[in-house]
Design a protein around this ligand. Structure first.
Ligand SMILES: Cc1ncc(COP(=O)(O)O)c(C=O)c1O
Length: 446
């Protein structure tokens, strides 16, 4: 839909007034969360330890979760349509994961040595994702830092090409330009989904590029999927100059049988993983071609470390922690099998189409983007293609939609992200669509 200037100014004032009321109502409904927030702020700057969780007027504190629902400390219950930014794919009470974890922890919490679960998980990951070798970390951020390190060591080059709108962790942030606090790699930034420009930039840096890092769909950037041609041309150009292709599938490995890049017809040299694979426990991993990953191989030969080659040391007290390794085995081995992943991707696509139909019923500038079970609402009349489009959103309307859904018991990300999980029932997804319909109707005044 397209508004005249007069209509746009009127809508802007109307949305601002509504937002003030919505924030007041929110505060009235959540006195215990408010107390929690005020207390937490005394000891944690901003009252949190994860920036993405803050929103107007303050975040609610959650007390418990069950299946696909959450309950806050004021006793309100929500359909959890965020799924912890994709880490909570399984919901809050998947016994097939929790039971083996509890049993493993009853045996030993912290081994300080290698153990069978990590070897089993590495085997499951290699066969599921078509990689030769894998190593575990504590988070997706660490996985990306290690993947980039691997490429730099393998190529003896220093530059790393990333894309505007990309997010690879707190210190690998390119959503609104490169963050000043980013890890001090030599970054080169190219426009996402622009194959022509990317090829030129890769050629310009041909002899210095260690790696090209990209998300098959920019998740934090607003669920903006890459198009297949862009991905294929980028990978070809990277390889033609000897750069390592790193696919960040920390969020998107849930799509299809072996991750989203496979669906786009490409294979990376190194892929990074995280989120749901740890079944809700902290998790990260990077894996790929043997000749790259074997830089970490410390195998003894004849009782001695192989000499004459530089082995990369990879530390991390909790890399192979018992809870995450055991959970990962249950996730990949039993719960989120390749067949389940494939059908879940389809289910997510259907839900996104239903969301688009609800949006189309209302005279508000709203659109939805995404792929499979990951999607994002945008306060924009036309679905954004790049991060520059996302910057044009009406952020007041965006907040209003978030708060309207919140009030109606649907929990999504303040920035608009929604993820369909395995625990959602059809009835819960239908209720979420009804809540969206009501929210938009209330904002539009019909
Ligand atoms: C694509 C992508 N890469 C990396 C990360 C960082 O993962 P973590 O939060 O586990 O450090 C995220 C987190 O949202 C992500 O979306």
């Amino acid at each position: 839909m397209c508004l005249t200037l007069h209509e746009a100014i009127y809508a802007c004032r109307m949305f601002n007034d509504q937002l003030e009321v919505a924030c007041r109502d929110f505060a009235d409904r959540h006195p215990q969360s408010r107390l929690h927030f005020d207390e937490a702020r005394k000891y944690m700057p901003g009252g949190h330890t994860r920036t993405v969780l803050t929103h107007l007027p303050f975040p609610v504190a959650f007390a418990s979760g069950d299946g696909a629902t959450l309950e806050d400390v004021d006793g309100h219950s929500y359909i959890d349509l965020l799924g912890d930014y994709t880490a909570g794919l399984l919901g809050h009470s998947e016994r097939r994961v929790l039971d083996p974890v509890v049993a493993a922890l009853a045996n030993n919490v912290s081994v300080g040595g290698v153990h069978p679960a990590e070897a089993q998980l590495s085997r499951l990951m290699c066969s599921r994702f078509g990689i030769d070798r894998v190593r575990f970390t504590n988070s997706g951020t660490e996985a990306n830092l290690m993947a980039i390190t691997t490429a730099i060591q393998a190529t003896s080059r220093r530059q790393v090409l990333v894309f505007s709108g990309g997010y690879h962790g707190g210190v690998l942030y390119f959503v609104s330009g490169p963050a000043p606090w980013n890890a001090p790699y030599e970054f080169v930034i190219a426009p996402y989904n622009d194959a022509d420009a990317t090829e030129v930039i890769i050629q310009e840096h041909a002899s210095e590029l260690a790696a090209v890092v990209f998300e098959p769909m920019q998740g934090s950037g607003g669920c903006l999927p890459a198009d297949a041609e862009f991905v294929q041309r980028t990978c070809t150009a990277a390889r033609s100059v000897g750069a390592i292709v790193i696919a960040d599938e920390v969020m998107t490995s849930r799509h299809g049988r072996s991750g989203m890049l496979h669906l786009l017809g490409e294979v990376a040299d190194i892929t990074t993983y995280g989120k749901y694979l740890g079944g809700g426990f902290s998790f990260g991993a990077f894996g790929g071609r043997a000749e790259l990953l074997d830089q970490f191989d410390t195998s003894l030969e004849g009782g001695r470390l192989v000499t004459g080659r530089q082995v990369i040391s990879h530390a991390g007290t909790f890399n192979n922690n018992m809870a995450s390794m055991t959970a990962g085995c249950a996730v990949l081995g039993e719960v989120f099998t390749a067949d389940v992943a494939e059908s879940h991707t389809k289910r997510g696509e259907e839900f996104r189409e239903s969301v688009a139909s609800v949006l189309a019923r209302h005279a508000l500038p709203m659109s939805v983007t995404g792929f499979g079970s990951m999607m994002s609402l945008h306060a924009l009349a036309t679905a954004p293609q790049t991060i520059n489009d996302v910057f044009l959103r009406d952020e007041v309307l965006q907040e209003l939609v978030f708060l309207g859904l919140h009030e109606r018991g649907i929990y999504i990300a303040a920035r608009g992200m929604m993820n369909v999980g395995l625990a959602h029932t059809d009835d819960q997804l239908a209720r979420a669509l009804d809540a969206l319909d009501e929210t938009l109707g209330a904002i539009a005044g019909n």
